[in-house]
Ligand binder design. Structure first.
Ligand SMILES: Cc1cc2nc3c(=O)[nH]c(=O)nc-3n(C[C@H](O)[C@H](O)[C@H](O)COP(=O)(O)OP(=O)(O)OC[C@H]3O[C@@H](n4cnc5c(N)ncnc54)[C@H](O)[C@@H]3O)c2cc1C
Length: 406
């Protein structure tokens, strides 16, 4: 039997892989971890935003070093509603994430293997593209999103420009959704994050049925928005990002609750495990939650924690599938029941609900009463269309029929 290279191998040094490494190494001074990354750096080149209240209360202090920017409120704008919400909003980035794991790299307990593509991932070993085999007590797969025939998606796609203005831009707090813009192909809104008096991210976002992104056209619309809505003309674009995030409409139950691979398959973290908020496609809070599950399992089962981690993470995935039932239903209403040009009305209505409910929605901790409150009242979608999309099973059967006939 080959010697373990570390206690844990994590494949993929992105958000979820590094969050888990950071959490486990912070809590377990005897632990060693290796992250294997296909690209030439860890943590990529990203920003990740989240509501502070999305983070489990006992981890809110721990996450602080990751936070690069924090605001104590934000705004939303719709044709018939403008609102300020007193919800703390945070953004971390690749640099802060790298800083969080840096002490562990320097101590030698976190080994980083860059420019190394893994081609096979098993629960106790990986094979690299140069055929090298590396073994560990436990392997975690954090390779990012991959699509799957059992998961039915809509998309959130966006282009963002970070701009640097010559004089203060005057935006005090984030605008999380400005949906007063022209609605094109689905639900469209602009997202503005003022990093400082003279630096801001302006992102044009589309919730649409397909993943295609005509990014040059979007670039031009961002320019128009900056000129017409933010009234800014004197600025440089210092960074540009694009993204296409999965928005889950339905998951086949047999797949969502399958734990048959728990003994042989690696535990999954992040987007590859389906750990993202079904409506927003955002995965940071789930990455923190999974990191904590792995960390707790190590604590309870030291030194032979591998089987417990695999078992717990298999069931964590099933819990996540069940917890997202209602969010997937909302997505089916948004994408299949509402007419594309009127999808914004679903969100306009939602943002009229109580702030506590809105926070619970993003935390995915809605109560039965919250769910009723979201669904009752004058529906912004046609009732017959809404009823057709209630059943996830029937939806999947229809979608599969459509796929088979094309
Ligand atoms: C532009 C953009 C903005 C986003 N903004 C937010 C946000 O504000 N808030 C939020 O919560 N979410 C956001 N998301 C969504 C989500 O949180 C991110 O995509 C997040 O980075 C996903 O984390 P992950 O660990 O699953 O995957 P990633 O962070 O993508 O990490 C996967 C890593 O695995 C590596 N890898 C892949 N295959 C292999 C292989 N075979 N061998 C070795 N390494 C491999 C990749 O190079 C990568 O470094 C955003 C996504 C994008 C694209």
């Amino acid at each position: 039997m080959s010697k373990n290279i570390a206690d844990i191998i994590i494949v993929g040094a992105g958000l979820s892989g590094l969050m888990t490494a950071w959490r486990c190494l912070d809590e377990h001074p005897e632990l060693t971890v290796m992250v294997i990354e296909a690209s030439d750096k860890i943590a990529g080149d990203h920003t990740w935003s989240f509501n502070y209240s999305d983070i489990l209360p006992h981890l809110q202090d721990w996450i602080k070093p990751f936070i690069a920017y924090q605001w104590d409120s934000y705004e939303v704008k719709f044709p018939k509603r403008e609102r300020k919400l007193d919800i703390t909003y945070c953004t971390g980035n690749s640099e802060t994430l790298r800083n969080c794991v840096k002490p562990h790299i320097e101590s030698g307990r976190l080994q980083v293997k860059l420019n190394s593509r893994v081609i096979d991932v098993q629960s106790d070993h990986v094979i690299l593209s140069n055929e090298q085999k590396l073994t560990a007590k436990c392997v975690l797969d954090a390779r990012g999103f991959n699509s799957n025939d059992n998961v039915f998606l809509g998309y959130q796609k966006f282009v963002g420009h970070v701009i640097k203005t010559k004089t203060p831009h005057g935006l005090e707090r984030p605008i999380i959704m400005d949906a007063t813009v022209e609605q094109l192909g689905g639900y469209r809104f602009v997202y503005c994050l003022p990093f400082s008096d003279t630096e801001m991210l302006v992102e044009d976002t589309y919730y649409t049925d397909g993943p295609e992104l005509k990014s040059q056209e979007v670039d031009a619309r961002i320019k128009d928005y900056i000129r017409d809505n933010l009234k800014l003309t004197d600025y440089d674009v210092t960074r540009r990002e694009t993204g296409v995030l999965p928005i889950t409409l339905a998951v086949d139950e047999t797949y969502g609750t399958d734990v048959s691979g728990e003994k042989t398959e690696p535990a999954r973290l992040g987007m590859t495990g389906g750990y993202y908020h079904a409506v927003t496609g955002y995965s940071l809070p789930e990455a923190v939650k999974s990191a904590n599950v792995v960390c707790d399992m190590i604590e309870k089962n030291k030194p032979d924690f591998a089987a417990a981690v695999l078992h717990e993470m298999a069931y964590h995935r099933v819990d996540h599938y069940h917890e997202e039932n209602f969010l997937r239903l909302l997505n089916r209403m948004l994408f299949r029941a509402a007419k594309p040009a009127e999808r914004y009305k679903v969100l306009q209505r939602f943002y009229g609900l109580s702030q506590d409910l809105i926070e619970r929605f993003y935390r995915n901790r809605l109560t039965k009463g919250d769910k009723l409150r979201i669904l009752i009242g004058k529906p912004p979608v046609p009732v017959t269309k809404a009823l057709q999309n209630l059943s996830e099973k029937a939806f999947i059967a229809r979608e599969r029929e459509k796929r088979d006939s094309t």
